[in-house]
Design a protein around this ligand. Structure first.
Ligand code: HEC
Ligand code: HEC
Length: 187
């Protein structure tokens, strides 16, 4: 009996074309949060509608999105669109835990579903980021800068500006205590 040839041209062609004909198979769906994140990116965001939705958020994050200076509520103004969307879907699907945020991202509150997430995130990301207001308490910021440069800047950027495409959060201007709390939580 003749040995079977290595994968036929037809099989190899089919494999090569698979990602083109079937993106779903090439990128198998991940968690519910990842699926909703991907769905948001397909939508046309309406920041004007987002401004109305932001009414609820402003009760905690304040009207200009600067949060609370003691770091109990983070600054979100000017955070990258994809970062805000990712955080909202993470809370909504229980991938990130905080009872306040899970409550306000559930489908009763952002009841326009995925479109509401897109709209409110567009509004938040267009708010001008607040200047840094942290009261850093006499720590060694020169040592901190070196540590940052060596360990963090490759993702968070030289000026801690973050990266929208890579979903890396802007850290610049974030309240000191909030950064500390996220860091201690192991993010
Ligand atoms: C009841 C108060 C409250 C309300 C209302 C609220 N948030 Fe938050 N939000 C918080 C707190 C507190 C955190 C930080 C949770 C933690 O410590 O992990 C947070 C975290 C976030 C984060 C993650 C920020 C980061 O850098 O990690 C985003 C984005 C966010 N909120 C957006 C919103 C939006 C948009 C709304 C309105 C739809 C909203 N929040 C409504 C209290 C609130
Ligand atoms: C490999 C890339 C990468 C490196 C290196 C990195 N981070 Fe991050 N960081 C991320 C991503 C991605 C997130 C968002 C995680 C999430 O909540 O989904 C994040 C989140 C954070 C947050 C929470 C921000 C917020 O708004 O909630 C803090 C604080 C943080 N990083 C600090 C640091 C520090 C300090 C260093 C260096 C010691 C560092 N990171 C190194 C990718 C990185």
């Amino acid at each position: 009996m003749k040995a079977l040839p290595a994968p036929s041209i037809r099989v190899r062609l089919a494999l090569a074309l698979l990602p083109m004909v079937s993106p779903a198979l090439a990128n198998p769906p991940g968690s519910a949060a990842e699926r909703e994140f991907a769905a948001v990116l397909q939508l046309q965001a309406d920041a004007v509608h987002g401004e109305q939705l932001f009414d609820t958020c402003s009760g905690c994050h304040s009207g200009n999105g600067s949060g609370v200076s003691d770091g109990t509520v983070p600054a979100i103004a000017g955070q990258h669109f994809r970062v805000v969307v990712w955080q909202l879907v993470s809370f909504r699907h229980g991938q990130r835990l905080d009872s306040r945020m899970q409550h306000f991202t559930d489908k009763l509150h952002l009841n326009g579903g995925t479109q509401d997430i897109a709209d409110v995130a567009a509004y938040v990301s267009h708010l001008p980021p607040a200047a840094s207001v942290s009261n850093i308490i006499g720590n060694d910021t020169v040592h901190g800068a070196n540590l940052y440069k060596g360990n963090c800047s490759s993702c968070h950027g030289a000026s801690a500006e973050g990266d929208d495409q890579k979903r890396n959060p802007r850290l610049a201007g974030q309240h000191y205590e909030y950064l500390l709390h996220r860091w201690q939580d192991g993010i």
